[in-house]
Design a protein around this ligand. Sequence first.
Ligand SMILES: NS(=O)(=O)c1c(F)c(F)c(SCCc2ccc(C(=O)O)cc2)c(F)c1NC1CCCCCCC1
Ligand SMILES: [Zn+2]
Length: 257
Amino acid sequence: DDNAPHSQEKDPGQWAKHFPACSGTMQSPININTETTIFSPQLRPIQLSGYSLPASQLLTLKNNGHTVVLKLPESLAITGGYAQQYRAVQLHLHWGSPSNPGSEHTVDHKRFAGELHVVHYNTKYENFEAAVTRPDGLAVLGVFLEVGPRENPYYQQILEHLRSIQGEDDEVFVPGFNIAGLLPDNLHLYFHYNGSLTTPPCLESVKWTVFNQTVMLSKEQMSILVSSLQTDDNHLLMNNFRQDQSLHRRWVLASFE
Ligand SMILES: NS(=O)(=O)c1c(F)c(F)c(SCCc2ccc(C(=O)O)cc2)c(F)c1NC1CCCCCCC1
Ligand SMILES: [Zn+2]
């Protein structure tokens, strides 16, 4: 049935057998308990550069069987809000099903309809592969998706292609656009904590930024997201979010009170 969990992805206990980091103490995603976040006035607004791409720049959009990934050029950079500069690698989405939400992070145990992740690596390392094993190696910007009254033209630049990459490993070229349009307008209200990739190899190399402001997609757009892609066994690719992981000794910082 469509709601069947897909393979071992739903049973993280299996992951640690082959990827020991998956049972570490700094795993992601987490529930963000707004009662215990620490207001940190030194957290600066996130600043981006090079995020507006011309339509002449073609980007690869791929159904990798776990999510839809848009490969990004390294010309996109985070230039503020982090101690060092980070450059983009890819962005991808997490979602639920027609009947339930699918964000990875939760806020006071509220799960949002979906979540965008924009993955970057620290330019003090040679490349992504060198950075992915270092505690300050990666920066992932997380954005919650909610259903609202209007179509989101920026997400439409991705969603309108999903029909043509229904099968696992299908990919298509999409014209460049302003990638910053996928993020909230307000980049200075966010949560910040040290965590990991939310899929094997679960490496604990991610400095997470989860924005407090959400972005809105129309009902039709959310429906396209949860019902277009298939996995290898022709099941609908749904509920591609990991359960929240315990915080252990970590604190979540907030750039706002
Ligand atoms: N939330 S997240 O950032 O941890 C994340 C996920 F939760 C993800 F689920 C994914 S997709 C699953 C991993 C994967 C599978 C196939 C391929 C391929 O065929 O190209 C690539 C990757 C996924 F790609 C990512 N991001 C990746 C982490 C895995 C490997 C390094 C690539 C950059 C970021
Ligand atoms: Zn992700």
